[in-house]
Unconditional design. Sequence first.
Length: 481
Amino acid sequence: MGLLAESERYNYKRLLQEAQDDLRLEKRKNAKLFSQLTTSSETGLPNSLVLHQQLNDLLEADDLPKAVIFVALNENYGILKRTFNTNIPEWILYQTSLRLQKMVGNDGYTFHTHEDEFFVLLKLNSLVGSLEQFARQVVEYVEKTHAMAGSTISLGVNLGIALYPEHGKKKATLLRNADIALSEAIKEKAPFKIFSPELKDSIVDRAEIQNGLLLALESQASLDEKPQLELFFHPQIKITRTAEGWKGSVQGAETLIRWKHPTKGYIPPSRFIPIAEETGLIIPLGHWILHTSLAYLVDLQATGHQHQTLSVNFSSIQFQQEDITGMIQDIVKRRGLNPSLLKIELTESGLMRNFQEIIEKMKVLRTAGYRILIDDFGTGYSSLSYLKDLPIDVVKIDKSFVDEVTRRQNDQALTKAIITLAKDLNLGIIVEGTETREQIEWLYERGCDTFQGYFFSKPLPYPDYVAFLKDFPKIFAGKLS
């Protein structure tokens, strides 16, 4: 009775075999799933999940000093992905992983944490030479060109490095500090950065500036808060010398943004403008500057200063907006202003970021009657080669050429060359940073007649600028007589 019939025993064995086969299949599936969850499909390296699971244990495995290193491929990888099919970017990632593993060897661990980012945990006790030397060697090796299908492909990398235990003893602290160093390396276009408390302070300060600027922009639209942003006006003076002596007139002014933080006081534009450009806040900030400048220009027209112009600074990032030309023209039209009263200033270096796109937009505005100025002229790296193609009306000679122009022969030679070039191209000239009578006279004798600098006036809040216009004949007589 307890014995199975032959046919039943066969069925039992078959069912048992099938169950064992199913179990083995399930194990293989689970192993494959686990591998997919923990391993990068492009490189075969352990991924970010494994890194976060194991990093604390790897750090605490011994008392040896270690470096945690983020290795990020630069923006060229994104271009590569958009240009080629998926096989080539994946092959590049795989080759990059091999190069990193070769550099690290048995002295650490390599992870592929994101598509374009790797992570290295390096034991420092067996390191030959300094950590800086190792970082440079990694960058040099990883950035070597890849040869594929008759083509060569190069990718740049940035490294962010933090030290264990000096910069932290736990995973979260070390990863954050290495990421801070990586962000700074990318921002400065440096091959690598090693974390330091000063670096962290810089990042924190930048975050405070960003958040504060956002609140400052919000304060401008609130009736309950004291505005933090204000425009100052730096007069631009045109002079002539006649038999009766010097004559002068105020042609207009450049509007300059000033930010008075409620606790930090005045923050210079050199600190907050680059951050505004990095974060995109330059777009709403630029809108506010333009709207406010034009509101003041309307007031100047209404109070008898019909010929006053205002120069407004624009970031190249603003000019990357598709609708920038239409936006400017629409605001000016709604204000009922003549376009010729608004001068649009762009820095020479900013033009180089998206040269052709910006040039086309400059042409549209210039055709519509706006005057285009190049600020800080002579400080960029492509002045002579591009100047002939720029649709501009005026160049502004940078203060750095003016400071020693009456004393240093090299500064004199460069300034005279810029003046000659501008005049040959029928461009107007405004000289910035003039602070002494000697500078004014030297420059005037060489063909410059319009000046913007502390010799005539510092930048002024609007009420003081209006008073300056009223009192200008007396002020000018006291300066040049």
